[in-house]
Design a protein around this ligand. Structure first.
Ligand code: SF4
Length: 361
């Protein structure tokens, strides 16, 4: 669906730019037509909406061909819920040991101190929970979560996720980082966030100080299109890398946003140039009302095959799927090697030609 209105100036020169957190707010700024308000009110009953001033600046046209608009502006397509779409597509609930802890793998777990984000992505796999009130862990709940981690000596890595952990105040984040640092077997803290891209001013010297704790801190940024890497955003990434924080990226393969090898190649090259290692390309989870973003695995593999020839190894993410039901995340190809009768192999090169290979040991 194309909306013909182009957004006018979203903010008057004198006013402080503000986030928009409702469909009515989007309509007031010319980003959704008033004829859509009734349908979008129904979307709003189920799923949160929020766009930051940085995202609003990055939207170049008010239609679903714009990669930023498509990711953040609600659509009536979200009312189309398919039978196999799930409230908890990655099966987090099955692995929730105490409130705020998702412990699926042996040596690492997720700590989710908040379910609030700076933006609400229309395809989010946690869209049933993010943005709901009372979703922040209380001090007592956080203490229980730390006690759980402290009692599991095999936990090497704690992944702070949510919601977005960088929406927390400096005071609360400092407390979490220090509590985790005090657990001797926690060697790595990984923070999953969209904040450096959607609220770059949050990356302050005070925040960088909070992140300089004894465990190695990694930041994994969620980014889906090179149009998200404005100059302001690149500066925020630079502040993180200059502080010695390694950066990784996560990208979701999304129809109409980045389901194209050239678009992804541009994104991954730009990330590497900004010292961000492309880490995962996620196959879209089957969250409710997201079928308009879905790309087939076959198409995802074709794109990955094309990227193999185009991009240097450091710019290649791993294409992964979370198996519905909570059975974990696995790479889904494409495959380059197949065994032939007699113990030999056929190996495909980046352009698809197959080569015989005998594995002599
Ligand atoms: S920022 Fe992350 S957790 Fe929040 S809505 Fe977007 S994808 Fe979901």
């Amino acid at each position: 669906m194309i909306i013909t209105t182009k957004p006018g100036p979203l903010f008057c020169a004198m006013s402080k730019p503000r986030a928009i957190s409702s469909v009515a707010g989007l309509a007031a700024h010319g980003l959704v037509p008033s004829v859509q308000l009734k349908a979008l009110a129904k979307v709003e009953e189920n799923f949160s909406t929020r766009l930051t001033p940085e995202v609003l600046k990055q939207i170049k046209s008010a239609d679903f061909t714009d990669p930023l608009f498509r990711q953040y502006v609600p659509s009536a397509n979200e009312l189309n819920v398919l039978a196999d779409e799930l409230a908890d597509p990655t099966g987090d609930g099955a692995h929730s040991k105490v409130k705020g802890i998702i412990h699926r793998y042996q040596d690492r777990l997720l700590l989710t101190p908040t379910h609030t984000c700076q933006v609400y992505c229309r395809f989010c796999f946690r869209r049933e929970t993010v943005g709901k009130s009372a979703a922040m862990l209380s001090t007592a709940e956080l203490s229980t979560a730390f006690a759980y981690i402290a009692a599991q000596p095999q936990i090497h890595e704690v992944i702070l996720s949510g919601g977005d952990p960088l929406v927390l105040s400096d005071r609360r984040l400092k407390e979490i980082m220090q509590q985790l640092a005090a657990i001797a077997h926690v060697q790595v803290i990984r923070i999953h966030t969209r904040v450096p891209l959607v609220e770059p001013t949050r990356i302050t010297p005070a925040l960088l100080k909070i992140l300089s704790v004894r465990p190695a801190v990694y930041v994994a940024v969620h980014v889906n299109h090179a149009a998200e890497l404005s100059q302001t955003v690149c500066k925020s990434l630079k502040r993180l890398t200059r502080a010695g924080i390694p950066l990784l990226s996560q990208t979701v393969l999304l129809k109409g946003v980045n389901d194209d090898a050239e678009i992804l190649a541009t994104l991954f090259r730009a990330l590497v140039a900004n010292r961000v290692k492309p880490y995962y390309l996620h196959h879209l989870d089957r969250a409710k009302g997201t079928s308009h973003f879905r790309v087939s695995i076959k198409r995802g593999q074709e794109i990955m095959r094309s990227l193999r020839g185009k991009l240097s190894g450091i710019a290649q993410p791993t294409y992964v799927i979370d198996i519905p039901g909570g059975f974990g995340k696995v790479p889904i190809g494409p495959d380059y090697v197949s065994e032939t009768p007699g113990g030999a192999y056929e190996i495909a090169d980046p352009s698809g030609r197959r080569h015989h290979y005998r594995d002599k040991t």
